[in-house]
Design a protein around this ligand. Structure first.
Ligand SMILES: *Cc1c(COP(=O)(O)O)cnc(C)c1O
Length: 395
């Protein structure tokens, strides 16, 4: 049986979400903006989804805006923050953000904004004090991701949020990898904006949401109808939105038990690979880490070849961000944690789903070891190294 271990790229839809999508597609066919009964049924389904999503993150329904994906929600949060006070032209963020945050910030930089990217340590975590020090009187926004999509590190969002609150600066967190996997309470975390995406927590593709604290104005990216109270024009993708609410409910209902089980399996895979594959290292902190993220650099075993070999053994893994891997760019996240370039190209990201069993975890370990051994057999560099002609990179 195939082992799908690329859940950081996208997750398999859960039965509860699928059946809700089928039901809503077939039965709730009206447009939520229409005044007749069919429309009002749709409006009720939409409100119900809003209430459910809001409750699960400690928000109120009016603070939730449905979007088409996490990328859209990230873009909208950033645009809204800069539009809130146009005299402020400075933004604080980090070096390990997703492209959905990095690219809009780069676009702002081309338009006169100054961006301060806070660095991370070797362990991939952000020091809240560094964020606080970067804040200036003209700072419009601080944006720090909750959990990293490549190396799985989880930031101390509550503390960063507190520093932002003290400084009176808006705070956004890209929580796409965290929502549905880690507990979220927007109040306790002191966030003004939080973004999520359904397909990262076993919901459908094509739905996400933006939490915006009551009182913060949102700018619409799309010009058109007055849907989402003028915050997001375009007829709502009701089946996907309802499916997202169902998926989030399921994920939150089983969160504690899933996190415990996945953390144990994650550590089993990490220890198994590090002990059975010589010259392999873990990227990112072992604690402060998503329960299902294993990111390892395997010296002299190129990720592209490893992925194909593992695919042949029935195991789906990746080298890092799905989008960046496709473009063949070296990962900015791995560079930011100080991984040397010759190791950046040797990183495997293994992100199994909750259905993973212990024997499957062991199969992952054995397959990674076998694939690495095969590639190293063919590697002139590796053979020279084991003859002692060159020092190993990893001491
Ligand atoms: C996947 C991802 C996104 C983008 O979400 P989409 O719904 O695919 O647009 C943004 N940020 C992070 C951290 C992600 O993992």
């Amino acid at each position: 049986m195939e082992i799908y271990a690329d859940n950081a790229a996208t997750t398999k839809i859960c039965p509860a979400a699928l059946s809700e999508m089928t039901r809503v597609s077939a039965e709730v066919y009206g447009n939520p903006s229409s005044p007749h009964t069919a429309g009002q049924n749709a409006a009720r389904t939409l409100w119900d989804a809003r209430e459910r999503v809001a409750r699960l993150i400690g928000a109120s329904p009016r603070e939730i805006t449905f979007t088409s994906c996490g990328t859209e929600a990230d873009n909208q949060a950033i645009l809204s923050a800069v539009n809130a006070d146009k005299t402020k032209k400075h933004i604080v963020s980090t070096r390990i953000e997703h492209h959905a945050v990095l690219r809009p910030l780069e676009a702002l930089a081309r338009n006169g904004y100054e961006i301060t990217p806070v660095g991370v340590g070797r362990d991939g975590t952000v020091d809240p004090a560094d964020v606080a020090r970067a804040i200036r009187p003209d700072t419009a926004l601080v944006s720090v991701m909750f959990a990293n999509n490549e190396i799985g590190t989880v930031q101390n969002i509550a503390e960063i949020g507190e520093r932002c609150r003290e400084a009176g600066v808006l705070f956004h967190t890209d929580a796409v990898q965290a929502v549905g996997h880690l507990p979220i309470d927007v109040g306790a975390m002191n966030v003004d904006f939080l973004t999520a995406s359904a397909h990262k927590f076993h919901g459908p593709r094509g739905a996400g949401f933006l939490y915006a604290r009551s009182g913060t104005a949102l700018s619409s990216l799309l010009l058109g109808g007055g849907q989402e109270r003028g915050r997001r024009a375009g007829t709502e993708n009701l089946p996907a939105i309802a499916g997202m609410a169902a998926a989030l409910e399921q994920s939150c209902a089983h969160m504690t038990e899933n996190a415990e089980r996945m953390t144990a399996l994650r550590d089993r895979i990490i220890d198994g690979i590090l002990s059975s594959v010589p010259h392999s290292i873990l990227n990112g902190a072992r604690d402060c880490r998503l329960p299902n993220n294993v990111s390892v650099a395997v010296e002299d075993a190129g990720a592209e070849a490893m992925i194909l070999l593992l695919d042949g053994m029935g195991i789906a893994v990746s080298s890092g961000a799905a989008c960046a891997a496709g473009a063949g760019e070296p990962s900015h996240v791995l560079q930011s944690v100080g991984l040397p370039p010759e190791l950046v190209r040797c990183v495997l990201r293994i992100t199994p789903g909750e259905e993973l069993t212990e024997p499957q975890a062991d199969r992952i370990i054995a397959s990674v070891a076998a694939a690495a051994a095969r590639l190293r057999e063919l590697s002139p560099g590796w053979n020279a190294k084991i003859r002692g002609e060159q020092p190993f990179i990893i001491q």
